[in-house]
Design a protein around this ligand. Structure first.
Ligand code: PMV
Length: 324
């Protein structure tokens, strides 16, 4: 017996970032986070549950993943679905990205979200998006936010079961249509320290971790308020401070590792001086610059002059969908 479905999901860029877990198996975070789903950066996945398979297989852009990578990410999601239907039925997953999957553009987030949505469809489970966000979270934390469009909050939750650690859309995609994310790819090198390893190391070693959690607690609602009021200045400043706060914790971790490079620092300086945009970086050196559309060309020109290999201007996504 075979059953299959296909879905597409957006990548997301975190404004308030997830860095640190209270439970590794369930990917339960130490702090709530908030992201924007990105329309121009996505992953499309076909999931084929097939009784003749003896194990899960995942292909990304026609390349087969190693057994370990499958087990650690998509395999965790497929395992949840298997236990829900009560059958040891394995799946073949074929994912396509529209951007370099190693460029630190949250390919795992979009990939895991699209696999979660397609699996739900293939198995006819009809779970709602909130439930699906809990399943995607187990595959890769930030993936739970890619189940929604617009501005998305991931509730940290307090329960050991993870039942209260899910996502919700706080503001829809059409709320701030002038806002775009300009993404520059300077480096396509695979990161040496994965976000999973990096955040475990920070939680164990950084003495700034506690300060960062306090900072998030003090400013989370202010970020939400700035978004609701479309208060550019406050939103841009808080976005940069939240990015700095995560990278400060990373710089303070031991043994040392760091994701930003010389280009990232040049971008940070330019954007701050420009005054009408905000930079933010996930676990990689490639910048995301949030700016209003009518100023985007200034940012694009700057990034091209700085030697960006590729620049993507993305609007806010409406969210993932099943492809018929
Ligand atoms: O979901 P993970 O394990 O890839 O963690 C990603 C964490 C950051 O991208 C660095 C921040 C975030 O909130 O997306």
């Amino acid at each position: 017996m075979k059953t299959e479905a296909e879905a597409i999901a957006p990548s997301n860029i975190a404004i308030v970032k997830y860095w640190g877990k209270r439970n590794r198996e369930l990917n339960l975070p130490l702090n709530p986070s908030l992201s924007i789903s990105l329309n121009e950066v996505w992953v499309r996945s076909r999931v084929i549950f097939d009784e003749s398979l003896r194990d899960d297989e995942v292909w990304i852009n026609n390349l087969k993943l190693e057994h370990r990578e499958v087990k650690d990410y998509a395999g965790r999601v497929l395992e949840v679905f298997r236990s829900m239907v009560g059958r040891r039925i394995f799946a073949k997953v074929e994912s396509m990205t529209n951007f370099p999957s190693s460029a630190g553009l949250a390919s795992s987030a979009a990939g895991i979200a699209s696999i979660t949505l397609a699996s739900n469809e293939a198995l006819g489970l009809n779970l709602n998006t909130k439930e699906l966000s809990k399943i995607a979270r187990i595959g890769s934390g930030s993936a739970c936010r890619s189940l929604f469009g617009g501005f998305v909050k991931w509730n940290a939750g307090v329960l050991d079961s993870g039942e209260d650690s899910f996502c919700e859309e706080i503001v829809p995609s059409n709320h701030w249509p002038e806002l775009v994310d300009v993404i520059a790819i300077f480096s396509e090198e695979k990161k040496k320290v994965s976000s999973r390893t990096g955040m475990e190391s920070s939680a164990l070693s950084s003495s700034l971790m506690k300060c960062r959690l306090d900072f998030i607690q003090r400013t989370f609602e202010e970020v939400v308020d700035a978004i609701r009021k479309k208060d550019q200045e406050r939103f841009f400043n808080l976005t940069m401070r939240h990015s700095n706060s995560m990278h400060a914790v990373i710089l303070d971790s031991w043994p040392p590792f760091f994701y930003l490079n010389d280009k990232s620092l040049q971008v940070m300086r330019w954007v701050y001086e420009y005054g009408k945009a905000a930079y933010t970086f996930d676990a990689g050196p490639n910048p995301h610059i949030l700016v209003l559309e009518n100023n985007a060309s200034d940012v694009v020109n700057f990034l091209q002059d700085l030697g960006a290999k590729k620049v993507i201007v993305s609007k806010i996504s409406d969210g993932p969908r099943v492809l018929k």
